[in-house]
Design a protein around this ligand. Structure first.
Ligand code: PGA
Ligand code: ZN
Length: 441
């Protein structure tokens, strides 16, 4: 079946915040089809691929008509007749065609939607589900989920400063059981909020609205929810995405909610205190993207006890990951394909993280759609962990549900990453036979 690209079609569709986004359909000569949809972040790293948004007041300045025109024009022309089974060649063509360091000319959303559409069509041409197309004969695992219970920061009108208060069901034996455990904690949190008279709907990623007087109150509420749901110590643990770039100004960390501010050293002490007081096994962006020394100090202070994830700090860039690994900044990476702009660059970031012996977390964005490709990437790449927001709203649940279907399809050969996902040497030894960072997490 020939995999020559014969059609590339872009259109405007709408994301979970009711904002325009880019969808791309690709067709091969042999008839295989693929569709990619770009998600959108709200707390974006300043070095990630830039989405091209139309100028002017229409749709809040979020319209994508220029980006869609780029897909139907320049991009469609450039990819015509290329071999869609050669993902690297397609992605290199896209990057060269754009020609800017952050994909700002054609648009990061136009590029990632096209790159994903080609990937889907290639899987379809082989008659394989996407995860299997990516994995080949390599081992796969269902990812340990990071699930938001309270959403704050840029996803909740900065009601609290910290962005994500998450749980990880490390004691689960399957993805199915992991979902049951998370559902119990999410429900318990809602009940506790109702009992406290503080239940007021949900934030952008479906987590409960954080009606708290201090950031630490939210931490407390997550810990109490785990307890109320009846889990033993260590069965369900906590994770944070601090997204600290959002509240750093003039070199200081300012907690708007508590009207307090800190220098880097004092701020790190605050977060370290939380990791000691609560069962927190993972902290994302503990300091701001422009505070590499803070990132190094925090990573050194937690040693192997806490997973330190770079999101805004690393923006799914292989070069940044290699630099950070050399400098001892972070020990894990968040992989967001639309930060990189193409699938090939995302795979390169994954490889750089594995080379460093890091753990890896495939992640959606706060602006999402019904697209479930991210679940396939997490499984097919054997990433170990998946983060797609909370346990409510269909753009989130669609991803969790897709993992359940993949687990069912794998049947008795399905493996759930569980607690092992927090050990950096696991994926690396699975992929290369070498050993990486040992850990006591
Ligand atoms: P974003 O944030 O998708 O709104 O940029 C998600 C995250 O920080 O992990
Ligand atoms: Zn983040």
């Amino acid at each position: 079946m020939t995999t020559k690209i014969v059609r590339v079609t872009g259109r405007r569709i709408w994301d979970s915040r009711g904002r325009p986004t880019v969808e791309v359909d690709v067709e091969f000569e042999g008839g295989a089809k693929g569709r990619g949809i770009a998600p959108a972040g709200a707390s974006r790293g300043s070095h990630e691929a830039i989405d091209l948004r139309d100028d002017g007041g229409r749709l809040g300045g979020f319209d994508v008509s220029a980006a869609v025109a780029n897909v139907n024009g320049e991009i469609a022309t450039a990819l015509a007749e290329m071999d869609g089974a050669d993902q690297r060649a397609v992605d290199e063509r896209l990057v060269a065609l754009d020609g800017t360091p952050q994909k700002s000319r054609l648009g990061g959303h136009a590029l990632i939607a096209t790159s994903m559409a080609v990937l889907h069509a290639a899987a379809s041409a082989r008659g394989l589900p996407l995860w299997r197309h990516l994995a080949g004969e390599a081992p796969v695992r269902l990812p340990l989920p990071q699930v938001q219970i309270f959403g704050g920061g840029a996803h909740a009108g900065r009601r609290v400063d910290i962005q994500d208060f998450l749980v990880m069901p490390v004691g689960a034996r399957s993805f199915d059981e992991a979902m049951v455990m998370v559902a119990e904690v999410y429900r318990a949190a809602g009940e506790l909020m109702r009992a406290a008279g503080r239940l007021c709907g949900v934030a952008d990623e479906g987590g409960w609205w954080p009606d708290f007087k201090a950031n630490e109150e939210a931490l407390d509420m997550v810990a109490r929810s785990i307890e109320r749901a009846g889990f033993r110590k260590g069965e369900v643990v906590m994770a944070l995405d601090i997204a600290a770039s959002e509240f750093r100004a003039d070199g200081r960390y300012r907690l708007g909610l508590e009207n307090r501010e800190f220098d880097t050293a004092a701020w790190i002490e605050v977060v370290l205190g939380w990791t000691r007081a609560y069962p927190i096994v993972s902290v994302e962006d503990p300091v701001a993207e422009d505070d590499p020394e803070g990132m190094r100090a925090f990573t050194a202070a937690v040693g192997d006890k806490v997973q330190v994830i770079g999101d805004d700090f690393l923006v799914t860039s292989a070069a940044r990951i290699a630099d950070a690994a050399r400098e001892g900044q972070c020990n894990a990476v968040l992989l967001k394909p639309n930060q990189a702009g193409t699938i090939t660059e995302t795979v390169e970031a994954l490889a750089a993280a594995r080379e460093a012996g890091w753990t890896t977390v495939v992640s959606a964005r706060s602006g999402e759609t019904e697209d479930v490709a991210i679940a396939h990437l997490a499984v097919g790449w054997n990433a170990g962990q998946l983060k797609v927001g909370s346990f409510a709203r269909s753009e989130r649940m669609a991803k969790w549900n897709e993992c359940l279907r993949i687990e069912a399809e794998l049947g008795s050969s399905a493996r759930f990453a569980g607690r092992e996902a927090l050990q950096g040497d696991q994926a690396k030894s699975a992929s290369s036979g070498k050993t990486g960072r040992g850990t006591s997490r």
